[in-house]
Design a protein around this ligand. Structure first.
Ligand SMILES: Cc1cc2nc3c(=O)[nH]c(=O)nc-3n(C[C@H](O)[C@H](O)[C@H](O)COP(=O)(O)O)c2cc1C
Length: 201
């Protein structure tokens, strides 16, 4: 089978099924009116370590209403990426509904706000890792109702629960990050393997 993305109505489900599992950025922002917002995004990755840089792809609209997260990031230039572990995956999912922009999704999900140090939006206290981020650039992708913004941001500060660092490395079995597959499917990351990197003789 071959698929021409331009002819394929189900391209979103096919693409997100292929590029999987994806990490989830559980993003907290604060609107210019002072409302706290929380929502998950799996078009997310780290793309550089020095400077520490992440990218997130956020649809501009859903049902012709602007997505609050992209709007807030563009207006304030600040956001927190909270990493989603097994313990908070269901709370994360609760925030993915299209709540009106005056609803505080921390309250919907029963999650606790922890103050950030360099930026205004709060962190999710229950998340094992929180990244304070400063916007660098938003690149427009597509147009009209399917337009997205590719958010490029620098990490200013990394907050980590102490026990997830073992021998100066992140211990995956302590972090337990959840991966996103297609639609409502997710992957636990408890089953891992180690491969020694080969050296060219
Ligand atoms: C696990 C998960 C990952 C998601 N990833 C994305 C994404 O990468 N980009 C996007 O635009 N929407 C994504 N969504 C949908 C948004 O979370 C959803 O549209 C949300 O209501 C946006 O909230 P906001 O208006 O408060 O920004 C995802 C939803 C879930 C459950």
């Amino acid at each position: 089978m071959i698929i021409d993305p331009k002819q394929e109505e189900r391209i979103y489900y096919i693409l997100t099924g292929i590029v999987a599992p994806r990490p989830i950025a559980f993003i907290s922002t604060k609107s210019s009116k002072g409302v706290h917002n929380l929502a998950p995004f799996s078009f997310f990755n780290a793309v550089s370590a020095i400077p520490p840089t992440i990218v997130v792809g956020i649809g501009r609209y859903i049902d012709s209403k602007p997505k609050d997260t992209l709007l807030n990031i563009e207006e304030t230039g600040e956001f927190v990426v909270n990493i989603v572990s097994n313990e908070i995956v269901e709370a994360m999912n609760m925030t993915a509904a299209e709540f009106p922009n005056d609803v505080d999704e921390f309250e919907i999900a029963g999650l606790t706000k922890a103050p950030s140090i360099h930026i205004d939006p709060p962190r999710v206290a229950e998340s094992p890792v929180q990244l304070e981020c400063k916007l660098k650039q938003v690149i427009q992708i597509g147009e009209g109702s399917t337009e997205s913004g590719l958010v490029i941001a620098e990490i200013l500060l990394i907050h980590l629960k102490d026990d997830i660092i073992v021998n100066n490395r992140i211990d995956n079995s302590k972090l337990n990050p959840v991966g996103r597959l297609s639609g409502g499917m997710y992957a636990y990351t408890n089953e891992t393997l180690y491969l020694k990197r080969p050296i060219y003789p």
